[in-house]
Write a protein that binds this ligand. Structure first.
Ligand code: HEC
Ligand code: HEC
Ligand code: HEC
Length: 473
């Protein structure tokens, strides 16, 4: 009892201390990281480019709304948060922000009136923005963006999250140091580190969260940085470490994915689509090379060696050898695989090719609904139909992305490099929740895949959520 009272007294004292700190320690605005001349003018086009690097448009534009006028719904674990108007309108936008106030919004998540911004605004990452980019952004928003009057829907989170002062304690626990990165002497790597850790805010989605819901690491030196996270139920796959699929991609594959959202392995989906559509496709070729160099250096510094390329498929081998006769199709149908070059025909492909009348529901549904585009080898067609074998979305710890894709289909965004958009139909009308679960479970164990089974309840939950959201629109 005495120990209990002591702990209780301790906690009360601690609480009072924190409260006093919140009330009496003045809010800090991080000053400029570099002293640029007061009348420094950013180079022509630098502002818009910095906006693309940091992807301000994706969040600050409502579905179908005027760019930067705010009102986009952001689902967070605390509730729905609406982005605000960042056009230079004096009443409803940021027209009255001084440079220092603007910098504080980016570095410290502090609004002009001193209120704390919810971390849905990625200031945890923007703390690394260079002063040149801050100046360029300020000039862009003040001088190049047209003011739009729009107060939009207001964020109203339930108590206690409605109390913005509480965010201050979160910041103390969760934010890293502000400031630019140290130089390694490798200019390409350094630029990549800046882009990924700073404006690109890749870690906001691709890093796991720690106990206080902060990003578990902000730099390459932190072991958890970019080790995979979750957004809106979907897995944002690890970009480093043994489970990262991109470690099996070539540098060109990775660059192509970032620039166009599609390569020979995967198609971009979910929240990442917006990143490609609104931000990455506008990165200069040099900046994309820098991002790729940095991500590959991260992968190479891991203890596990980069795995070899996956075995080639029958179809690819045929293409490479030329003609269909060179590789005996007799190889198909054996569980142990044929001897076609270096490649084995695995069990899945054999089952799908044989298409026995008694085959299980999962593979049958695949043949009936998916095979026409993704094929028995699960390797689709380069840059058109993504590979399902080894695909991150298929194997993700959270099956939400896979379920959503089967139910609602998917559409690759149009980019300047690949202007035609490609659509996969949705199967919500054709397949029951049980069938989707069977199909997804099959996919997650087909070919070289190995992920947990999906239950009917998982599918029902995603279907219900989509219907609720559609009804709320
Ligand atoms: C991942 C989404 C996201 C991105 C990317 C983002 N913002 Fe925000 N931003 C928000 C949200 C959400 C709010 C409102 C938060 C709140 O109400 O607490 C916000 C608030 C702000 C505010 C405060 C405005 C005010 O007075 O209400 C400014 C300024 C701002 N953002 C500027 C930017 C700039 C400049 C960029 C690009 C460099 C950017 N934001 C990128 C989500 C984002
Ligand atoms: C708003 C959240 C978000 C941000 C920010 C984000 N990503 Fe993603 N990313 C995702 C999600 C979700 C996926 C999985 C969906 C998919 O595969 O298309 C993904 C997938 C990827 C993939 C494919 C990985 C694989 O295994 O198939 C790559 C590569 C990638 N992101 C790189 C980046 C880089 C580089 C940045 C920063 C410039 C970034 N992402 C920023 C959410 C995000
Ligand atoms: C008409 C052709 C077509 C059919 C049929 C089809 N797909 Fe797709 N699928 C595509 C295209 C095109 C994409 C790329 C779109 C995207 O990722 O946004 C895709 C993407 C996917 C992805 C996401 C891959 C990634 O890298 O993000 C999965 C998973 C998938 N399909 C599974 C299936 C399943 C399961 C079925 C059967 C129920 C199916 N597809 C039927 C054309 C098709």
């Amino acid at each position: 009892m005495i120990t209990f009272l002591r702990i209780l007294t301790g906690l009360v004292l601690l609480g009072l201390l924190v409260l006093a700190a919140i009330l009496f320690i003045p809010v800090q605005r991080t000053p400029a990281l570099a002293a640029l001349p007061e009348h420094y003018t950013p180079p022509e086009g630098a502002g818009e480019y910095a906006m693309r690097l940091a992807d301000c448009e994706a969040c600050h534009t409502a579905e179908g709304g005027t760019p930067f006028a705010g009102g986009r719904k952001i689902e967070s674990p605390l509730g729905t948060i609406y982005s605000t108007n960042i056009t230079p309108d004096e009443e409803t936008g940021i027209g009255r922000y001084s440079l220092d106030e603007f910098r504080a919004a980016l570095y410290d998540g502090i609004r002009q009136d001193g209120a704390h911004l919810y971390p849905a605004m990625p200031y945890a990452n923007y703390r690394k923005l260079s002063e040149e980019d801050v100046r360029a952004l300020y000039a862009f928003f003040m001088e190049e963006v047209e003011p739009v009057s729009n107060s939009g829907p207001q964020t109203a989170l339930p108590f206690p999250f409605s109390q913005r002062w509480g965010i201050r304690t979160w910041k103390w626990a969760a934010l890293g140091e502000p400031g630019e990165l140290s130089s390694t002497g490798d200019a390409l790597y350094d630029r990549g580190a800046y882009l990924v850790e700073g404006p690109g805010h890749c870690g906001a989605c691709h890093s796991p969260r720690n106990l206080v819901m902060g990003e578990a690491g902000y730099t390459a030196a932190d072991g958890d940085f970019l080790m995979g996270g979750e957004i809106d139920g979907w897995t944002a796959p690890p970009l480093r470490g043994p489970d990262s699929a991109i470690r099996r991609w070539s540098a060109d594959d990775l660059k192509l994915f970032l620039a166009s959202g599609r390569n020979n392995h995967a198609g971009v989906n979910g929240e990442m689509q917006l990143v490609v559509r609104d931000s990455l496709q506008f990165y200069s070729s040099e900046d994309l090379d820098a991002v790729v160099a940095y991500l590959r250096a991260l992968a190479d510094s891991e203890e596990e060696p980069r795995p070899a390329d996956p075995p080639r498929t029958l179809d690819r081998l045929r293409d490479e050898i030329g003609g269909t006769g060179a590789v005996a199709t007799g190889a198909v149908g054996t569980d142990t695989g044929g001897t076609a070059g270096t490649r084995e025909v695995g069990e899945t492909e054999a089952v799908l090719t044989a298409a026995e009348p008694g085959m299980a529901l999962g593979p049958r549904l695949y043949l009936d609904n998916c095979n026409a585009c993704h094929f028995v080898d699960g390797l689709g067609a380069d840059q058109v139909f993504p590979e399902l074998d080894g695909n991150s979305l298929v194997n993700a710890p959270s099956a939400a992305g896979l379920i959503d894709t089967i139910l609602h289909g998917a559409e690759l965004p149009s980019t300047s490099l690949r202007p035609y958009s490609l659509r996969m139909p949705g199967f919500a009308q054709r397949l029951t929740d049980e069938e989707v679960a069977e199909l997804a479970t099959f996919l997650r164990s087909a070919w070289s895949n190995g992920a947990e089974a999906v239950t009917t309840a998982d599918v029902t939950a995603r279907r219900d959520q989509a219907e609720e959201r559609a009804a709320a629109e």
